[in-house]
Design a protein around this ligand. Structure first.
Ligand code: CA
Length: 370
């Protein structure tokens, strides 16, 4: 699976080739790195073709694997719909018809209600908080256990940072304005919207604009200013609401077929893991940088009205979010353990965030203000 050549086709260390040696370790130096086998892997994604940010993150994972393997491991990236549909990516990797995917874990909530915790849940962790939980708070271990049930090895491989609540054709002044509203919002956020009377759907990114244009939906969240500007949602809806209560730091993932993962040497595994982590780092940097300029452009050039959701609406969303998350936790053993680990981490870091990022950013505005 994914192996194009089972012969002894190796890419030797460049130093070894240059020296014309047999790659034995020179005196006083550790043994040379092992050979990396030539492979071609297929990566399916949940993103539209050439999509900035998340699509770029998937391409970066492929590019970094190629670079770090000295060209031995080639990863072909398929946009949503090219090999399988966006939401079929998980099954394709699980059953081995693709080798890896790049996507958002909350798309797999139908497999387990534990999955959204590894992307974002309403009123949950920010980008820096979730990577802390994943890497040091026990998140990765639980994620490995969950995904192994589906024959998948998961990695953090992107993060959009804060998202926004989305685009609305009409202003939201009260809870009443959300009742019956047809909105694109996937994940637990969508379920929360349903609880307060909206009709939430989970369309793939590439289908949102047409649904807004035709009137099939009245509102849509996608990501944030940069990605949303690229799709042109401001042409169909003028009201842009914050905060992104549903996705305070959406972490995206690469999932590798477990048989493929286990067939890698330790060195090849390190290359794949490092490629994912480097893509995550650059993705968050890219979103942080471009969201600022895109927000300015949306307001100044396109006359978008940026508004805060009313306090009573946010309070109702918070109340329902708590209920939905607690219900999810009661659905099965692993979701309960994931929820408890996530909640314990959040309660710890919340105290820290209050007196660090939260307090600091409020204070900083007195120095840097327009
Ligand atoms: Ca989103």
């Amino acid at each position: 699976m994914g192996l194009i050549n089972r012969r002894n086709l190796f890419v030797a260390g460049a130093a070894g080739l240059a020296a014309g040696c047999d790659c034995g370790a020179p005196e006083g130096l550790p043994a040379a790195a092992g050979a990396i086998r030539a492979r071609a892997l297929r990566m399916v994604t949940t993103w539209p073709k050439d999509f900035p940010g998340l699509g770029t993150a998937a391409e970066n994972v492929a590019r970094f694997i190629d670079e770090m393997s000295g060209g031995a491991i080639k990863v072909h990236v398929y946009a949503a719909g090219e090999l399988v549909g966006a939401f079929d990516s998980f099954d394709a990797v699980s059953n081995g018809s693709a080798d890896m995917y790049h996507g958002a874990e909350y798309y797999w909530a139908g497999k387990s209600k534990a999955y959204p915790f590894f992307t974002a849940v309403p009123f949950g962790m920010t980008a820096s908080e979730i990577i802390g939980w994943t890497e040091y708070g026990g998140g990765q271990e639980l994620w490995d256990e969950l995904s192994a049930r589906f024959n998948i090895k998961p990695f953090v491989a992107a993060n959009t940072g804060h998202q926004l609540a989305g685009w609305f054709k009409r202003p939201i002044n009260s809870l009443e304005d959300l009742r019956g509203l047809k909105i694109r919002m996937p994940g637990v956020g969508g379920e929360v919207m349903r609880r307060i009377g909206a009709s939430a759907v989970a369309l793939p990114g590439g289908e949102i604009y047409a649904a807004l244009q035709s009137g099939a939906i009245d509102a849509a969240e996608w990501v944030g200013p940069w990605n949303d500007l690229a799709f042109g949602f401001h042409r169909e809806a003028k009201y842009y609401y914050w905060p992104g209560f549903h996705e305070p730091g959406a972490q995206c993932a690469a999932g590798v077929n477990l048989d493929v993962w286990n067939s890698f040497t330790a060195q090849e595994q390190a290359i794949v893991k490092s490629a994912c982590h480097r893509a995550n780092y650059l993705c968050l940097a890219e979103f942080t940088h471009f969201n600022g300029s895109a927000l300015e452009q949306l307001v100044k050039e396109h006359g978008v009205e940026v508004r805060k959701l009313p306090d009573d609406v946010l309070a109702a969303l918070a109340r329902e979010s708590k209920a939905v998350l607690e219900e999810a936790a009661a659905s099965d053993d692993i979701t309960r353990r994931v929820f408890e680990s996530y909640k314990a981490e959040l309660l710890r870091v919340q105290k820290w965030s209050e007196i660090s990022d939260e307090a600091f950013m409020t204070a900083r505005r007195t120095v840097f203000s327009l």
